[in-house]
Design a protein around this ligand. Sequence first.
Ligand SMILES: [Zn+2]
Length: 233
Amino acid sequence: MKQKEITLNTLLNGNKIMLSQFSHDEIGDEHISTGIETPMKANAFDISDDEKISKIEYHFREIMETLGLDLNDDSLKGTPNRVAKMYIKELFNGLPANKPKIALFDNKYQYNEMLVEKGISFYSNCEHHFVPIFGKAHVAYISSGKVIGLSKLNRIVNYFAKRPQVQERLTIQIAKELQACLGTEDVAVLIDAKHLCVSSRGIKDESSATVSSFYGGKFKEDQTRHEFLNILI
Ligand SMILES: [Zn+2]
């Protein structure tokens, strides 16, 4: 079995795999993921965002200095602070402390067909290289009595995208969150994304895209899954 297949099966079984089986480079380039939850330290939110910004600013300055860049240059001197603020306030503000509140409504219209929100744009970052993953997420559910505001589907996608990620985990985290808050297994998620760590470096394949999917409940049945996939065409 190839490594990617091992990863996905492992994720779905909710188990962890032994990273020691793989070399550092294999882990990076094969995008091994170790579990459904984003690996976080227990004290991840003990310090404030402002403290995190000043720490990252310090260390990013060190990186730039190490590269030999002249931080006295007008164009460069603000970069460590800009990068630190961008990391904490934008690119990585989807960590668990910032989970959006999701309001649900009664399904007053008695709409019992599948609801598909397709083409949700997202920007994430590969946790192995810290370069962008971007693309479209398509999500669907069949109401079990509650419905969710449409923009909340975008919010859930972007909440899980705004953290260091691997695409398989992003797909499952979105699906599990939808299942939990909607109280139904009948959820589907399909993500079609580009990884800059594949296109701009390493293998440098600009044309490939990565598609991942999750089908729960009724979406495991051929007819429902085909209806969902036909809507995406
Ligand atoms: Zn990568």
